[in-house]
Design a protein around this ligand. Sequence first.
Ligand code: CP3
Length: 393
Amino acid sequence: MSCSIHQPWPLCSYLTPPQKLSVSSSNPKFHNRVRCTLIESLAEANPSSTVEPLLLRAVRGETVQRPPVWLMRQAGRYMKSYRELCEKYPMFRERSENVELAVRISLQPWKSFKPDGVILFSDILTPLSGMNIPFDIIKGRGPVIFNPIKTLGDVAEVREFVPQESVPYVGETLSILREEVKNEAAVLGFVGAPFTLASYVIEGGSSKHFAKIKQMAFQSPKVLHALLKIFAESMVKYIQYQADSGAQVVQIFDSWATELSPVDFEEFSLPYLKHIVDSVKRTHPSLPLILYASGSGGLLERLYLSGVDVISLDWKVDMTEARKRLGENVAVQGNVDPGALFGSKDFIKKRIYDTVAKAGRNKHILNLGHGVLVGTPEENVAHFFEVAKGITY
Ligand code: CP3
């Protein structure tokens, strides 16, 4: 891996590439196996016990009897109960910034499917207004940034993010979710990664070719780095705040970093991801961090260098190959094609079994390769969870 990576902080050296764990009887994990199986049986018998959620145990590499399962965008428009709520509360920001509504929506899939993870209902863009970047999420149009950032002067107007002051409803929602879910599932928080946040703020919304942010990266990189640095510091605080409020796992979405060439990913995304992970690990060493990037097949090894605990794979990479490339130190999440949920019940089952077999018994969270698509039959989502929860390794 090239060492000429732009480093906005005096970073310590990058991690060594993934190494294979040798599994032998001298491995303490091996001796723990009987104990873990016992704990697992207890947890199954008494799901509201104080035993840690399955998802956390799986990420830590403990022996589990099946992979934990949750779905990205498991709350949303494919659900009738969500669409009904949208009629009454048509504004996305109201639905996501009001504690009662955010709790209700986060719990809709929990009540219907009992996933092993319950994700906060919010958006990666939610912190923006607290950073003096006005935005909205408009039906049929998606995110809109009212004054896209163009210059160093614009970056200077961006305010430091203080989650406690700007988004107290997020902390409150997470605390309530923890109480509601007990330890029957893990409560997940999430944030946007600096590059992906910057892409919205510079493009003015969603983008196809990312021409504006690339123009800035390649013509005035100082401006982009200044913005990325603010986002990185802000997301460190945001993750810490979410964890302190009740999130047991936090997923970092760098959905669009894969639009970058590997060399540009090393300059405009990786150092910031690494800064976030290093900083959070210092204050919250046992908080698992998941990293998702859409279409990340060309960048897997580089995503690993961020130091996260779990790499969330999309469906365009083969699970067996991804496992080989990443090694056994890191957990994986994914990676069934969200489109598979438009298939027959049998097809869905086959895809689940195939993914679980390829991922192996260790350190796997079953999920889709991206969010549940609008229009997905709700009964197919129910079937997905039923099949997944019926698995025994
Ligand atoms: O997963 C969950 O159930 C939690 C909720 C969640 C939302 N957004 C709610 C939402 C999460 C984790 C996100 C993350 C998010 N938001 C990402 C990263 C994940 C990814 O998809 O790659 C990104 C890039 C965004 C930005 C964003 N927000 C877009 C592009 C859109 C429009 C999408 C569309 O289909 O209209 C949003 C709006 C949004 N955020 C919706 C939801 C459920 C859809 C609008 C609605 O429900 O009214």
